[in-house]
Design a protein around this ligand. Structure first.
Ligand SMILES: [Zn+2]
Length: 152
């Protein structure tokens, strides 16, 4: 990780925790960000995100922390390529699916030499809605694990 890399924030939290709402507010407040959305296939991407994001990548093939990791890496490599050719790429917000494991996503980036060189992880934001429980489980990931990792 280099200090001058592209800032990347992983946004976690399960379905109903308000990830999209939070992100919409950030964009409305003027945040310039390329948004990577890891939604389950068949779920429409929020219209406000489409119109307000500085760029949008949809990962529909799988969960970015496990079965869709290759797709995430490919998407980030594409952004890194654009960045290295001099294109202005804004900071990147990765909206993870349901209970994706942020630690696994961070590992996917730090383990890839090219991505490690191009991106700087600014942190993990985990939104928790205490009223609505775990609706969307990533296989093998525990809620408590995500919350703990998100509070570094
Ligand atoms: Zn996963």
């Amino acid at each position: 990780m280099t200090d001058n890399g592209l800032p990347l924030t992983a946004l976690g939290g399960w379905l109903g925790a308000g990830k999209t709402t939070w992100l919409r507010h950030q964009l409305h407040a003027g945040l310039q960000a390329h948004v990577i959305v890891n939604e389950a296939a068949g779920i429409a991407v929020d219209d406000a995100l489409l119109s307000q994001a500085h760029g949008l990548t949809v990962l529909a093939g799988g969960c970015a922390c496990c079965d869709g990791r290759a797709e995430l890496v490919a998407a980030l490599r594409h952004l890194a390529d654009r960045h290295s050719t001099g294109e202005a790429v804004p900071e990147i917000i990765l909206e993870t699916r349901g209970l994706a494991d942020p630690a696994a996503i961070i590992t996917a980036i730090t383990d890839d030499p090219l991505l490690a060189r191009h991106f700087r992880l600014t942190g993990t934001t985990v939104l928790v809605d205490a009223a609505n429980g775990a609706a969307e489980l990533c296989p093998g990931t525990l809620v408590i694990h995500q919350i703990r990792d998100g509070r570094h």
